[in-house]
Design a protein around this ligand. Structure first.
Ligand code: DLZ
Length: 170
């Protein structure tokens, strides 16, 4: 894969094999026009990579603030190999943008550091609705697709590293 390649443009032949994996997606319904387009991109990509439909678990939450909590529940209560968090926070007149963006970025980073399963940050933080739409199937690609490719790559990394560990303990 080329350096800094836009993962949204990943051809089907370049996609990591998703057939062994089960992937959970938590999607925020705030700014649904954007987040649902990202969800569609992520789901299509997972299916194209070979993830079975029954191995994709999707849950909806009210807003991006709830994504950390939903990701934690998915890690605890399902056997998903990775969790993709999809959200969209758009700058408004108040300071909600800062609080929600920091909370969800920090929350997901904490989960990543404390769990051995990847949690993917597919949360747009934009100044305008137009910028968000451009990143949900517009001229800047679809960040949901990128989240799916990232999840698959991280699942492969997890497999590779866990097989190193089992070789070492033999
Ligand atoms: C309240 C709120 C606001 C003002 N803006 C957004 C946003 O741009 N994107 C988003 O995903 N969620 C927003 N929310 C909702 C919060 O994430 C959360 O759902 C509520 O504060 C309830 O905890």
């Amino acid at each position: 894969m080329k350096k800094n390649k836009d993962l949204s443009a990943c051809a089907a032949s370049e996609l990591p094999d998703g057939s062994p994996y089960s992937i959970a997606i938590a999607v925020a319904d705030w700014n649904a026009e954007v987040t649902h387009a990202m969800l569609e991109g992520a789901t299509e990509t997972l299916l194209k990579s070979g993830v079975k439909e029954e191995n994709i678990i999707t849950v909806h939450v009210p807003g991006s603030f709830e994504l950390t909590s939903a990701a934690g529940m998915l890690l605890n209560y399902t056997s998903a190999d990775a969790v993709i968090c999809i959200g969209c926070v758009i700058q408004g007149e108040t300071r909600h943008f800062e609080f929600i963006s920091h909370a969800v970025a920090g929350g997901i980073a904490q989960l990543c550091a404390s769990q051995c399963r990847p949690v993917i940050f597919s949360v747009l933080t934009t100044n305008t609705p137009e910028q968000a739409k451009e990143r949900a199937g517009g001229k800047c690609g679809n960040k949901g697709v990128e989240g799916a490719v990232t999840a698959l790559r991280m699942c492969h990394l997890n497999d590779q590293l866990s097989s190193c560990k089992s070789k070492k303990s033999r």
